[in-house]
Design a protein. Structure first.
Length: 102
């Protein structure tokens, strides 16, 4: 599985409601808001280790859910196929316009 910011964001969007509130908050603040563990700890009122544990558990849960369901992967594949279809449509329109002029 891809290990990008986009993938992490999508995992949180798809499965975030299945995390605990603290896990969701720590994960979101760290990966989407780009806060450090110290900043999150200060904001959340827990230790840096607590923040790290929440992020690690959230990551494991999100990846496990994706492994079992494959929803994010399927959506990403559909988006790739849709973009390929759009590109083919552009080529066909361009070709039809060239044929009409010629």
């Amino acid at each position: 599985m891809e290990d990008s910011r986009l993938m992490r964001s999508m995992l949180l969007d798809f499965y975030g409601e299945l995390l605990t509130e603290k896990q969701r908050e720590c994960y979101d603040l760290h990966f989407n808001e780009d806060l450090s563990l110290s900043e999150i700890a200060e904001q959340s009122g827990i230790s840096r280790q607590g923040v790290w544990d929440n992020i690690r558990r959230a990551e494991a849960t999100l990846r496990d859910l994706e492994e079992k369901t494959g929803l994010v992967g399927r959506v990403m594949e559909l988006e790739r196929e849709l973009e390929e279809t759009r590109e083919e449509l552009r080529r066909l329109r361009t070709g039809a316009g060239d044929a009409a002029r010629g």
